[in-house]
Design a binder for this molecule. Structure first.
Ligand code: TXA
Ligand code: MG
Length: 315
């Protein structure tokens, strides 16, 4: 039976942030806005709290979580930073970059956070509400996107309610997420070389610029980030890409001068398109149409991340 009293949605002012931080310290789950998407947070050092995330999302336990920290000092208590990692953190933190680094033996994280890997994914977010929660809680917080596993990520509190509803207690509402697409995940290989595990708002060219070397292609080939799984971010209906017009029964997500039922960016701005992508997919999913069609999006800059998500949504 759905529980209509859950979840509580609070405007993310100082009082609500204090309530959320106390809930998190006590081992609870709270959905919190970040600059990329809403995250479902729990304290990262507590097995039961982290288990709650997997349960609420229906997430496979082999899929590790990103750990969020307030600053570089907190990050260095959890992972080994080499000189390259320090340069990336200095340039892009706080912000939409997640670093996969060797886990410190004394990190004290719940085992399920890293799914038993020897590495940990760390991000220092820029959103003032997530930052305030991290600092008030005084804890590292595991936080995957606040949606049921495999479904469309949430860029508003309303999306979180629609996807997780009665499975969580509390959502902090701070309106829509500015970037709208999950953080870029970069793995730095201890033996040298680096690889993008998930494209995002920070582009490969920006990372190569800071590191002074190109991405190492063709690594192990193993799936390290299940965000890389072929089907992910998927609406409950078929998705057709590179559409020029809507076929009968299709909800068309347009771009530029391909109008559509909704348009990602009439002026062809890719940052605006990224910010609107998940809301448009949610809208198509909730519409009375049988399927969704999406106009072609250029692949440069953050367009690479948009096309990555669209390919998985269409699979
Ligand atoms: O923007 C974001 O990153 C959002 C917000 C809430 O911060 N979080 C997010 O988390 O997207 P999630 O759990 O939905 O995605 C985490 C991704 C998964 O694809 C996971 O496999 C990968 O990070 N990951 C986590 N730990 C890893 C590790 N040690 N090695 C490789 N990939 C890892
Ligand atoms: Mg996700």
């Amino acid at each position: 039976m759905p529980d209509a009293s859950r979840p509580t949605v609070l405007d993310a002012g100082p009082d609500a942030i204090a309530v959320a931080a106390a809930r998190l310290r006590a081992g609870g789950l709270v959905a919190v806005p970040t600059e990329t998407v809403y995250g479902l947070a729990a304290r990262a050092d507590d097995d039961a709290a982290v288990a709650g995330i997997y349960r609420a999302k229906g997430r496979p336990s082999f899929n590790p979580l990103i750990v969020h920290v307030p600053d570089l000092a907190a990050a260095r208590a959890l992972a080994v930073f080499d000189e390259r990692a320090l340069r990336l953190a200095e340039r892009f933190w706080p912000g939409a970059l997640t670093l996969v680094l060797p886990l410190r033996p004394d990190a004290g994280l719940a085992g399920a956070v890293t799914a038993g890997l020897a590495t940990v994914a760390l991000r220092c977010p820029a959103h003032p509400v997530m930052r305030a929660v991290l600092m008030d809680a005084g804890l590292a917080l595991a936080a995957p996107s606040a949606n049921a596993s495999g479904a469309i990520s949430p860029t508003s509190a309303r999306h979180v309610v629609a996807s997780l509803g009665g499975r969580i207690d509390l959502i902090l509402d701070a309106g829509e997420c500015a970037a709208g697409i999950e953080s870029t995940i970069v793995a730095l290989r201890p033996e040298g070389g680096w690889q993008i595990l998930r494209p995002g708002p920070v582009t490969g060219a920006q990372i190569a610029g800071v590191l002074g070397e190109e991405e190492t292609r063709g690594g192990s080939g193993a799936i390290e980030a299940p965000g890389q799984l072929a089907s992910h971010y998927a609406p409950g209906k078929p998705v057709r890409l590179d559409a020029r017009r809507a076929e009968p029964g299709e909800f068309l997500i347009g771009f530029g001068d391909i109008g559509g039922d909704t348009n990602l960016s009439a002026s062809g701005d890719l940052a605006e398109a990224a910010a609107r992508l998940y809301a448009a997919l949610h809208e198509g999913d909730a519409s009375d149409r049988d399927s969704i069609a999406v106009a072609a999006i250029p692949g440069d800059g953050i367009g690479a991340a948009i096309n990555d998500r669209l390919r998985r949504a269409a699979t």
